[in-house]
Design a protein around this ligand. Structure first.
Ligand code: 26Q
Length: 752
C-alpha cells in the first residue's frame, strides 16, 4: 500500500488535491526512485553490456509504475484527489536520446532484459541535447535544440569516472545511471550513460542546432547526431564514438577485475552486444586495454575480445554502412588506428579476397571489423538476415557461416499496449486473464473470433484510443479530427526508401477522385509523423509536400469533409503512444529489401491496426502469422527489386510517362498548388521522382492505389474488419521483445 496523501504532505506541505500536476509528477518520480533504490541488480557471473549510441527510452514514469505493479493504485488515488494520471504523465520531459528504430529497439531490449531477470545493462552517452525538436515554419521543418537534461528526474550521478586518452589531449568522464526495472520482478538493471566532465551547454544556441564542432574538449556529449553530413561533424562523430567505447571498455574491465577476473578469463565475465557499427571501436579499445594496461599478449587479447563481442546489423542501405577514413581514426587515437591496422594485417594474411578487407583504400569498414573480430552477426528480421547472408555480406557468410543468425526484432508489451492502450489492455485482461503480460501469448483470442461481445469490445477499445488521440491532436497540434474517421497512419523517419512520397501521391489521386464526385462513405484521416535529417534535402522536400497537401485539401470545401491530412509536429515516443493505439490502418510501404525490420509495424498490429504493406522486413513475418485475409500486401518483391538494382533496369521515366502517374506527379508543379507552398522544393521533388526515383516510388504506385481503395472499402464491412483486427492482436505475441531477448540469450549471450 502506498499513501500518496501523506507523501504529498511530506513532499510539499499540502494535500494531494492541492498539488499541481507537475508537482504530482515529481512526487511520483520520487516514489519510483525510492523503490528502485531498494532493488538489487540482477545477479550472474557473465554480464551483458548492450553498447549503443542511442537509447530512445521515452518517458519513464508510467512504465516504471506499471513494472512496479503500482500503476492502478496510483491512478485510483490520484483520481480520488481530482488528478488525471494521464495529465500527470505529460508533465515529464521525454528523453529523446535516439533517432528512431535502432534507439527505440535498445530501449525495448532493456525492459525485456530486466523483465527476464538477465544481468544486462545498457551503455551509451548522456547527450545533453537529444534528437532535435521539430517545428514547422512556413510549411517546412526547422530544427530546434532539445534541452531535456534540466528537467529530467531519472539520472543519478555515480562515483565512477575514467580518463579517455585522445591523440593530443585527455578528458575525464562521469557515469550516470538510469534504473531499469523489470516487470513484476523486484530486481533491476541499469542504463549507464557516460558524460564528459566540462561539457559546455552554452555552445548550443537557443534557436538552432548549429554549434562549434571543433570545441572537442567541451562538446563530446553535447549532441545526438541526426546525420553525418558535414566534415567537422563526421570527425566529431568519431571522437564521440571513441569516447563512448573507451568508457565502456574501461567499465567492463574494471567490473570484471572487481568480481575476480584475472582478465585471461574476461569472456567468462562479460559479453558485449554492439548495436549496429557505431560502437565497433570497442574491439580495438578492449584489445588496447588488455595489452597496454594489463600486459596481455596481442594474440591472446585478440582471442579474448573476439569471443566477447557480438554485432547486430540494422541496415542494408549501402550508404548507411559506416566507413571512416583511417586518417580520422589516427587523429582521434593513433593507438587505436595502429591496432586496427594490425587486425587488418591478420585478416589479409588469412583471407586475400579484397572485398573482405577491413581497410580498403585507406578507409576502415566498421562492419568488416565487427564481423572478423566478433563471434556473432545477426540481422533483425528473417528477410533481412537472408539478404545479409545471400547478398550484402555474402563473402563473410561464406567465411563464417556459423557466426550468422537471425533475431527478429520485438517490442515491449509493457509500453506498447499496457501503458499506451488501457482500454484494449482491460479487454484482453477480461477475456484472457493477465498471463500475457509476461508470456506475450495472445493466441487465446483466436477462439473469440466469432464472439460478438469481444468484437464489440475491440471496437469500443479502438473508439477509446481514437478519443485519446483526438484529444492529443487538438491540444498539441490544434487539429480537429472527425469522430467517425478512418485513421490511417504512417509514422517513421522521413526517408526516400520508406516512401512517404508514394502515400502523398495517393492523396493527390484521392483528392482528384473526390473532386470527381466519388464521395467516401466516411471521412478518412491520414496521419503522418516523423523527422528528416536536417541535411537530407529530399526528405525535407517530402515533408514540405505533405504539409502543403494538408493545407491544400483543408482549403477545398468539396473535399475537406471527406479527406484530411495531418502532419504531426515533433513526432516522438510520446506521440507514438497516442497515435498507434488509435490507428485502423498501419502503413508499412518501404521499397522491398530496404527496411531491415521495422518495429512500428509490430506496435500497430498489437494495437489492432490492419497492415497495408510491401513484403519487406518483418512485414513478411506478420503476413505469415495473420494469413492472407488479415493483411494487405502489394508491390514488387524484394528479389525483383534487387534484380532491378543489379541490372540498372528500373526506368522511372517510363513509369512517369504513364498518363495516370504523370497526372499525379505533375500536380506538384501545378502553379496553383505550388503557389501554396515552396515552388522550388516542389519542383525539385517532382524532377527527382520523374527522372531519378532511386527508391522506386513510381514502380509500385498503381498497385498501391488499388490496394488502398480495397482497404477503405473493406473497412466498411465492420464485422469482417473487427475480425481481421482481432487476428492481428492475437498473433502479435511473436513480436514481444521478451521473445527476442530470450533468443539472444539462448543463442548468443548464454548469461545463465
Ligand atoms: C551513422 C553514421 C553517422 C551518423 C549517424 C549514423 C546513423 C544513425 C542512426 C546510422 C543509422 C541510424 C539508425 C538506424 C536505424 O534506426 N535502423 C532501423 O533499426 C530498426 C531496429 O532494428 C529497424 O527496425 C529498422 O528497419 C531500421 O531502419
Amino acid at each position: 500500500m502506498i499513501d500518496l496523501e501523506s507523501r504529498a504532505r511530506k513532499f510539499a506541505g499540502k494535500g494531494l488535491a492541492e498539488l499541481t500536476d507537475a508537482e504530482v509528477c515529481r512526487l511520483l518520480e520520487g516514489l519510483v526512485r525510492e523503490r528502485a533504490a531498494q532493488m538489487p541488480t540482477n545477479p550472474g557471473k557473465r554480464r551483458l553490456y548492450y553498447l549503443s549510441a542511442e537509447f530512445l527510452i521515452g518517458r519513464l514514469l508510467a512504465t516504471n509504475l506499471i513494472n512496479l505493479g503500482l500503476y492502478g493504485e496510483v491512478r485510483d488515488q490520484l483520481a480520488a484527489a481530482g488528478h488525471d494520471i494521464n495529465r500527470v504523465e505529460e508533465c515529464e520531459v521525454e528523453p529523446s536520446l535516439g533517432n528512431g528504430g535502432l534507439g527505440r529497439l535498445a530501449a525495448c531490449f532493456l525492459d525485456s532484459m530486466a523483465t527476464l531477470g538477465l544481468p544486462g545493462d545498457g551503455v551509451g552517452l548522456n547527450y545533453h541535447f537529444g534528437l532535435f525538436h521539430q517545428r514547422f515554419v512556413d510549411g517546412q521543418q526547422t530544427a530546434l535544440p532539445d534541452e531535456w537534461l534540466a528537467e529530467q528526474a531519472w539520472l543519478a550521478e555515480e562515483p565512477t569516472s575514467f580518463t579517455v586518452p585522445f591523440a593530443d589531449f585527455s578528458v575525464t568522464s562521469r557515469l550516470y545511471t538510469v534504473d531499469v526495472l523489470g516487470y513484476g520482478r523486484g530486481t533491476r538493471n541499469r542504463l549507464r550513460l557516460f558524460d564528459l566532465v566540462g561539457v559546455d551547454d552554452s555552445l548550443v544556441p537557443a534557436d538552432s542546432i548549429d554549434f562549434d564542432k571543433d570545441a572537442l574538449r567541451r562538446n563530446l556529449t553535447l549532441f545526438l547526431y541526426p546525420d553525418d553530413s558535414d566534415e567537422a561533424g563526421r570527425l566529431l562523430r568519431v571522437y564521440q564514438q571513441y569516447f563512448m567505447v573507451s568508457n565502456a571498455a574501461q567499465l567492463i574491465v574494471a567490473e570484471a577485475l572487481e568480481r575476480g577476473s584475472d582478465l585471461h578469463d574476461l569472456a567468462d565475465y562479460a559479453v558485449v552486444q554492439i548495436n549496429d557499427t557505431h560502437p565497433t571501436m570497442v574491439i580495438p579499445e578492449l584489445i588496447r586495454l588488455l595489452v597496454d594496461e594489463h600486459g596481455l599478449g596481442f594474440g591472446e587479447a585478440v582471442g579474448i575480445v573476439s569471443s566477447m563481442v557480438a554485432f547486430t546489423n540494422h541496415t542494408i542501405l549501402a550508404e548507411a554502412l559506416e566507413k571512416w577514413p583511417l586518417a580520422y581514426i589516427e587523429r582521434v587515437s593513433p593507438r587505436i588506428a595502429e591496432v586496427i591496422e594490425k587486425l587488418d594485417e591478420l585478416v589479409r594474411a588469412e583471407h586475400p579476397e579484397p572485398q573482405v578487407q577491413i581497410i580498403q583504400d585507406g578507409v576502415v569498414h566498421m562492419a568488416h571489423l565487427a564481423i572478423h573480430y566478433g563471434f556473432s552477426v545477426n540481422g533483425v528480421a528473417e528477410l533481412h538476415t537472408q539478404i545479409l547472408e545471400q547478398t550484402e555480406l555474402r563473402p563473410f557468410f561464406d567465411l563464417y557461416p556459423q557466426k550468422f543468425s537471425n533475431k527478429t526484432n520485438g517490442i515491449t508489451f509493457r509500453r506498447w499496449i499496457m501503458a499506451c492502450n488501457p482500454a484494449l489492455t482491460a479487454l484482453l485482461d477480461h477475456t484472457l486473464g493477465t498471463d500475457w503480460h509476461r508470456t506475450g501469448d495472445l493466441t487465446g483470442l483466436l477462439a473469440h473470433r466469432d464472439d460478438e461481445e469481444v468484437l464489440q469490445g475491440l471496437a469500443a477499445a479502438k473508439d477509446d484510443a481514437k478519443a485519446r488521440m483526438r484529444d492529443f491532436l487538438w491540444h498539441s497540434q490544434g487539429v480537429r479530427v472527425p469522430e467517425d474517421a478512418i485513421i490511417d497512419v504512417q509514422v517513421k523517419r522521413f526517408h526516400e526508401y520508406k516512401r512517404q512520397q508514394m502515400l502523398a501521391l495517393y492523396l493527390v489521386w484521392k483528392w482528384m477522385d473526390i473532386k470527381n464526385g466519388n464521395i467516401p462513405p466516411r471521412p478518412i484521416t491520414v496521419v503522418f509523423g516523423g523527422k528528416a535529417a536536417p541535411a537530407y534535402t529530399i526528405a525535407q522536400d517530402v515533408i514540405h509536400l505533405v504539409l502543403t497537401l494538408s493545407k491544400w485539401i483543408a482549403a477545398d470545401p468539396d473535399v475537406a469533409p471527406y479527406l484530411q491530412v495531418v502532419m504531426v509536429e515533433n513526432y516522438n515516443v510520446s506521440a507514438a503512444e497516442r497515435l498507434i493505439p488509435a490507428a485502423d490502418i498501419s502503413e508499412q510501404i518501404s521499397l522491398a529489401s530496404k527496411e531491415a525490420s521495422g518495429t512500428s509495424n509490430m506496435k500497430f498490429m498489437l494495437n489492432g491496426a490492419v497492415t497495408l504493406c510491401t513484403l519487406d522486413g518483418a512485414n513478411v513475418e506478420i503476413a505469415d502469422l495473420v494469413g492472407e485475409g488479415n493483411i494487405y500486401t502489394f508491390g514488387t518483391s524484394s528479389a525483383e527489386v534487387e534484380r532491378l538494382y543489379r541490372e540498372g533496369a528500373y526506368d522511372p521515366a517510363a513509369y512517369y510517362r504513364r498518363p495516370g502517374i504523370k497526372l499525379l506527379v505533375d500536380f506538384l508543379v501545378n502553379p496553383r498548388f505550388a503557389a501554396m507552398g515552396n515552388p522550388e522544393r516542389l519542383r525539385r521533388l517532382h524532377d527527382d521522382m520523374a527522372g531519378h526515383d532511386y527508391f522506386m516510388a513510381l514502380l509500385d504506385l498503381e498497385e498501391f492505389i488499388q490496394a488502398k481503395e480495397r482497404v477503405y472499402a473493406d473497412f466498411e464491412d465492420r464485422q469482417a474488419w473487427l475480425r481481421k483486427s482481432l487476428v492481428n492482436v492475437a498473433q502479435a505475441g511473436e513480436f514481444s521483445s521478451d521473445r527476442t531477448i530470450a533468443q539472444y540469450d539462448r543463442d548468443i549471450w548464454h548469461l545463465r
